[in-house]
Write a protein that binds this ligand. Structure first.
Ligand SMILES: [Fe+2]
Length: 150
């Protein structure tokens, strides 16, 4: 059985982890590079979080097996968003910039691991094949739709 719709979400996770790696390799003198990469990261994360929160989490919130992990996932998204906002507000050459980025990376990797090893496998067992297929289709369609911010 194909791992629907999780393959698409896991691909996003890889992309986001890669963007953070690239950001970690920048230096305080590369302010414009930091600004550009952070903008890309923010766009990716916003769409990814939106899709998960609108399409995947709601049915999982109502199942006993996935409820706690799902409620936790919303809060983890929230922390990631706060850290992103703080990073954006900070001067790109501030000495705290990389430290904040590292904390963002740690939070994101924790969240991603919890999804890939906990929530997604449980969702696969808990949701019906039809539900999974519908979510997959909706995620794929949303990704194809032109993003007005780009
Ligand atoms: Fe997530």
């Amino acid at each position: 059985m194909e791992n629907k719709p999780f393959a698409l979400l896991i691909k996003d996770h890889e992309k986001v982890k890669d963007l953070i790696q690239r950001l970690l390799q920048t230096s305080a003198s590369g302010k414009s590079q930091r600004r550009e990469l952070l903008g890309t990261l923010k766009g990716e994360l916003e769409l990814h979080e939106k899709l998960e929160e609108q399409l995947l989490y709601p049915p999982l919130e109502h199942k006993k097996a996935t409820r706690d992990l799902t409620l936790e996932a919303y809060e983890e998204h929230h922390v990631v968003d706060m850290l992103l906002d703080e990073l954006e507000a900070l001067d790109f050459d501030d000495q705290a910039w990389k430290a904040k980025l590292t904390v963002l990376q740690e939070n994101l990797e924790h969240h991603i691991a919890e999804e890939e090893q906990g929530l997604f496998p449980k969702a696969q067992e808990t949701l019906s094949a039809q539900q999974l297929e519908r979510i997959e289709r909706e995620i794929a369609d949303a990704k194809k739709a032109p993003d007005p911010k780009r």
